[in-house]
Write a new protein. Structure first.
Lengths: 64, 211
């Protein structure tokens, strides 16, 4: 049975840990995320504005 | 609405039509809301306003570079995966940038007629490979120490058997005389241990809720 390399084992561990962390992160509702971010001192309206700015940048035609 | 390919796949900037479609897709899937959930995740990982916003900004860039297929992954999950990926690569990125810079300098040397001997190039590749193996081994040693400290005999055994090439829990159970259920139960503890280890390396202590 071929031994596994430390690199591939470590990468697999990181991937599995990531899947677990992401699964726990995605179950939160938008309302809860807003509440938690506000409690942590984030300007939620400004964060929403950042997201809308990215959409606006995508939707606006390139200057020629 | 169909998938949008990113600039990385296309090998060129998005056309106005593609950009417009990408924007409409993000709007349709409540990108501002999904981004808040991903930002909350980034904050849990970094414990810092500045670093979480930087992480989120890099995840945004990667979304545009790699595109998104709503049929394969939800926007929330896709953004959180990008956040995780950026976070786990943050420490290595400085070293990667340094290596890229060294490569660029060597290329300049080559164009100036200072050709690098092939033996030296081979030695450099070997060193990079050794370095990567050494780093992974060091991380696995840290993980082993965490399991030892926690008295987690099953994960200590799992680590040993995995390095020997045994990956099947049934085989692990058969060779150790333990119940296979113990190996399945150990997986959760192992994932949380890796999360704590990664966080510690980045100067963050995860809360009980997060680990």
């Amino acid at each position: 049975m071929p031994a596994r390399s430390p690199e591939s084992l470590w990468q697999r561990l990181v991937d599995e840990a990531g899947d677990d962390a992401v699964e726990r992160a995605v179950v939160v509702s938008v309302a809860q995320a807003e509440k938690d971010l506000a409690a942590a001192g984030f300007d939620v309206a400004a964060e929403r504005a950042r997201a809308l700015a990215l959409i606006a940048a995508l939707e606006s035609p390139r200057r020629r | 609405m169909a998938a949008v390919l990113g600039t990385e796949h296309l090998g060129r900037p998005l056309t106005d039509e593609e950009k417009k479609r990408f924007g409409a897709l993000l709007r349709e899937h409540d990108y501002p809301g999904a981004r808040l959930i991903a930002l909350r995740f980034a904050y849990k990982l970094t414990g810092s306003h500045v670093r979480s916003q930087d992480l989120m900004g890099r995840a945004d860039l990667r979304l545009v570079r790699f595109g998104w297929d709503p049929a394969r992954v939800t926007l929330i999950r896709g953004l959180c995966r990008l956040v995780w990926s950026e976070w786990t690569h943050a420490v290595e990125s400085n070293e990667t940038a340094q290596r890229a810079e060294e490569g660029f300098l060597r290329e300049l040397e080559a164009t100036e007629g200072l050709k690098i001997p092939s033996h030296e190039a081979e030695v450099m590749a070997l060193e990079t490979s050794r370095e990567s193996r050494t780093k992974a081994s060091a991380k696995l040693e840290k993980l082993r120490a965490m399991f030892e400290k926690a008295g987690d005999a099953v994960n200590l055994l799992w680590l040993k058997l995995e390095l020997e090439g045994v990956s099947d829990p049934q085989q692990m159970a058969a060779s150790s005389g333990r119940d296979v259920g113990e190996f399945y139960a150990a997986a959760k503890r192992r994932k949380r241990a890796v999360q704590r280890l990664l966080a510690n390396e980045r100067g963050v202590t995860l809360s009980e809720e997060e680990s």
